[in-house]
Design a protein around this ligand. Structure first.
Ligand SMILES: [Zn+2]
Length: 233
């Protein structure tokens, strides 16, 4: 098949133009953010450009989503976020592994079993984040149970794309997003209090806000800090 590749710049975006024997125009975005426009040979650059311009709102919306997702799942592990700080990582191959230790120079030492590929890092870090949250969250729940006057029956961790936490108000069970381990302690506490306030008030209405104001007057600041990335509580 005869295929001709070229590039097109449209309002700061680089479009990979692919001319081939097709009938229609097809605009697509690859998961890595690459924008492709497949067009028939007869379509000129200026027509192609006009087509892209007409699709700019759609393009920007999708690119934004991809970029936010990328920020959540970094593929470079030279630095790793933890409790609001960014740690430089050092990888060691060791028989007693996997382990993650923050050393006295504030470096994150990641121990992997010999022969483990570095592609295993996200899994190792995910397990470590869960372990750390299991140390941080139970004392918070205990303290806030006596302040708010509610009882949390159980809590678990999972990866969520759109929420920092969810609360089953019937079973008094809370799920926390593993990503919270990357956030500052006050932000983690804010989500704990937020989810626990749902045990008093289901929705996010006036009553709920009054509840948050009463127990954690600064909650709006923490919410703002958390909303730097696209996950809601
Ligand atoms: Zn909520």
């Amino acid at each position: 098949m005869n295929v001709q590749y070229s590039k097109l710049q449209v309002q700061g975006l680089e479009i990979n133009l692919i001319r081939k024997e097709v009938r229609g125009i097809r605009l697509s975005i690859r998961p890595d953010g690459e924008i492709r426009l497949s067009i028939p040979f007869v379509i000129t650059d200026s027509v192609a450009r006009a087509f892209v311009v007409s699709r700019l709102p759609w393009l920007c919306q999708h690119l934004e989503k991809i970029n936010k997702q990328k920020a959540l799942e970094p593929d470079d592990f030279s630095t790793v976020p933890y409790l609001g700080s960014s740690y430089q990582t050092l990888i060691f191959y060791h028989r007693i592994a996997p382990r993650v230790v923050i050393d006295s120079s504030e470096r994150m030492c990641i121990f992997l079993k010999p022969g483990t590929p570095e592609t295993a890092l996200p899994k190792v870090l995910d397990a470590w984040y869960r372990t750390e949250l299991k140390k941080i969250i139970p004392p918070l729940i205990k303290e806030w149970e006596s302040i708010i006057g509610v009882k949390v029956e159980s809590f678990q961790f999972k990866r969520m794309k759109t929420r920092w936490g969810t609360c089953n108000v019937i079973d008094h069970r809370i799920w926390f997003n593993v990503e919270l381990a990357k956030k500052t302690f006050p932000c983690i506490e804010y989500i704990v209090v937020h989810e626990m306030c749902h045990l008093l008030e289901r929705g996010h209405g006036t009553k709920f806000k009054a509840c948050m104001d009463k127990f954690l007057p600064d909650w709006r600041n923490f919410k703002k800090e958390l909303n730097g990335i696209p996950v809601r509580s």
